[in-house]
Design a protein around this ligand. Structure first.
Ligand SMILES: Nc1ncnc2c1ncn2[C@@H]1O[C@H](COP(=O)(O)OP(=O)(O)OP(=O)(O)O)[C@@H](O)[C@H]1O
Ligand SMILES: [Mg+2]
Length: 579
């Protein structure tokens, strides 16, 4: 229970419906704990006892009305209790899920790379769901059941005491505390298994998402059977974990029923010895029975709490993850930057000991088109990522116009940079809205101009709904070249002083290729451009070329100079030239 206390802030927006729901729970508890046994003890004997006085029709009507009255109040209160507490639970879930999602937006890329997508999805869907179930049940039963229990216990104690003193009270109540034993026993076992279960659910989602994302590879490499077998293994593990949880959860109710049966038997024997009347005995048994119901429900609730705690732990793994890449406390206000880039003695390590960049120092003046070349894994993408502050340097710094990128607000920094990645991803939205991502406040005319500059306008108009055509998931309904032109149009729209371009490695069809090259020529004018270049035409046109090898910049200069003096550059260039 204490686990949930830090999350009380989530309750605040729903405190009124929740309070009303809990009040209804109390009314429900009183009606069931007290109403029924009272009727059995006092009302029925009046009617059915031998020699009872004859009742007037009004009295009969009133007595007959007792049952519907109690059950109506109990029914309505119970319904409102459930409805309102479920409402509160759903609302809390909504906020929690939103916070979880928001947190994912701000976490560093390294965190997302460390964890599997499926697992992160599963935490946001299945674990929040489990938590909602727990919260709703908690809110639902936390007042209702103890309320019923206390009302029944008070009534039972009072009744038993009046009938034959303390002895009967003790006999009746003896078995009640025993019921806690199975609850505790099962609870301890459920906790850990629930954790395993939720995390296995994550693996299952992971398998799904990985498989669906690689649908083409699965078919091309004939992996259908292998994938199905792997999936089968995961579902099997999940099933066995589920059964372990079921084993303990479902044992609680019968265990309590068995214990309560012994309690009832003891009461029966004692009642026989003190010669209790039939009506008194039945009334006591009814009250005792009413006590066991809430205990059973509380047992189930305790289970649920364990599962909820396990789910919460999984959410906290993300919610409590420190945001390593944050805005500085006193950010330097920057408007539009000029775009003088500099790396000062910068080193960066992803993880382990091998640095991806090693003591890199370089100045790239504003307006330079700078090509990054080097063998695969040399650190080119890493270099560009550090300018966007996707990661923070392990040592040294990156500056723009002399300002450390860590001294600016992240949003200010990134507003000054346009990124066109190798394989641009579009959102499943209209082309227009995808273009608008370049600059949210752009007008229709500006968007169309940008599309024209990127040679995308014509192909967009030829689509069935023009700018309003939906592009499909990740832009699947467009060709690679079309997606790239949309990405370039976004960069035109953004019109940022710094442009980071990861050139596509795959060759495009001639028309697309020519259009993209033309668009690029126009786009780079007056900007500081970092271009991870794979095509020798791009490399040759760059005013500055940095040659990367194993995390270091081993040489820089223009094409002619490098070609003359640098062996690695010459090899790379010649290889590209012939391919
Ligand atoms: N997310 C990551 N986690 C751990 N190591 C990484 C990560 N990304 C890259 N690396 C490592 O850092 C080194 C530099 O990688 P980087 O992606 O910068 O190379 P690159 O020059 O862009 O290569 P390519 O031309 O193949 O794109 C490589 O050794 C790579 O294995
Ligand atoms: Mg790369």
């Amino acid at each position: 229970m204490r686990r949930f206390l830090p999350y009380f802030s989530y309750v605040k927006p729903v405190r009124w419906p929740l309070a009303l729901g809990l009040l209804c729970g109390l009314i429900y508890g009183a009606a069931s704990g007290f109403g029924m046994p009272y009727m059995v003890k006092y009302i029925f004997p009046k009617v059915f006892a031998p020699g009872a006085v004859r009742l007037t029709p009004l009295e009969i009507a009133l007595i007959a009305a007792w049952l519907p009255a109690v059950l109506t109040i109990r029914g309505i209160a119970g319904y409102l209790n459930t409805y309102l507490t479920q409402y509160a639970g759903t609302k809390i879930l909504e906020h929690l899920r939103l916070d979880y999602f928001r947190k994912l937006q701000f976490l560093p890329l390294s965190f997302l790379q460390k964890n599997s997508t499926g697992d992160l999805i599963s935490r946001g869907v299945a674990d929040t769901n489990q938590l909602q179930t727990t919260l709703s049940n908690l809110a639902n039963d936390l007042v209702k059941q103890p309320g019923t229990l206390v009302a029944a216990l008070v009534y039972l104690t009072w009744l038993a005491y009046h009938q034959s003193g303390v002895g009967l009270v003790l006999v009746c109540l003896a078995s009640v505390p025993l019921c806690v034993l199975p609850i505790r026993y099962a609870g301890n076992r459920i906790r850990r298994r629930a954790m395993d279960l939720q995390s296995e659910l994550g693996s299952l989602t992971g398998r799904f998402s990985e498989n669906l994302a690689s649908a083409r590879e699965v078919r091309a490499f004939c992996l259908e059977e292998r994938e199905t077998v792997r999936f089968g293994k995961t579902t099997h593990i999940l099933l066995s974990l589920q059964m372990k949880v079921v084993k303990y959860t479902k044992a609680i109710t019968p265990a309590i029923e068995i214990i309560s049966a012994f309690g009832l038997a003891a009461t029966f024997i004692y009642a026989y010895h003190v010669s209790l009347s039939e009506a008194n005995f039945i009334s006591i048994i009814t009250a005792l029975y009413v006590c066991y119901e809430p205990i059973k429900k509380l047992g189930a609730l305790s289970n649920d709490t364990k599962r909820g705690a396990a789910a919460l732990e999984r959410l906290e793994y993300v919610l409590n993850e420190p945001l390593l890449l944050t805005d500085p406390v006193n950010p330097v206000d920057v408007g539009r930057l000029r775009g003088d880039l500099a790396f000062d003695n910068l080193s960066f390590t992803y993880k382990g000991d091998t640095p991806a960049l090693r003591d890199v120092s370089v100045k790239i003046p504003a307006g330079t088109t700078c090509a990054l070349v080097g063998p695969s894994g040399a650190g080119k993408t890493t270099f560009a990522n550090l300018v966007l502050r996707f990661y923070d340097a392990t040592a040294g710094r990156v500056t723009i116009d002399g300002i450390d990128v860590r001294a600016m607000r992240l949003a200010d920094l990134r507003r000054n940079i346009a990124l066109v990645s190798q394989d641009p991803v579009l959102f499943n939205d209209t082309i227009y809205n995808n273009l608008l991502l370049g600059r949210q406040d752009a007008t229709r005319a500006e968007v169309e101009q940008a599309a024209q500059d990127a040679f995308a306008h014509d192909f967009i108009l030829s689509l069935p709904q023009g700018y309003d055509t939906m592009v499909g998931e990740r832009g699947a309904s467009l060709s690679g070249g079309q997606r790239q032109r949309v990405a370039l149009a976004r960069a035109f729209l953004r019109n940022a002083p710094v442009l980071v371009l990861d050139e596509a490695t795959s060759a495009l069809d001639g028309d697309s290729e020519a259009a993209i090259q033309l668009a690029l020529k126009k786009l780079v004018v007056g900007k500081t451009v970092l271009i991870i270049a794979h095509r020798f035409s791009t490399i040759r046109d760059a005013s500055m070329i940095l040659v990367f090898e194993r995390g270091e910049i081993i040489d820089s200069g223009d094409h002619t100079a490098l070609y003359g003096r640098n062996g690695l550059y010459k090899t790379l260039y010649d290889r590209q030239g012939t391919s």
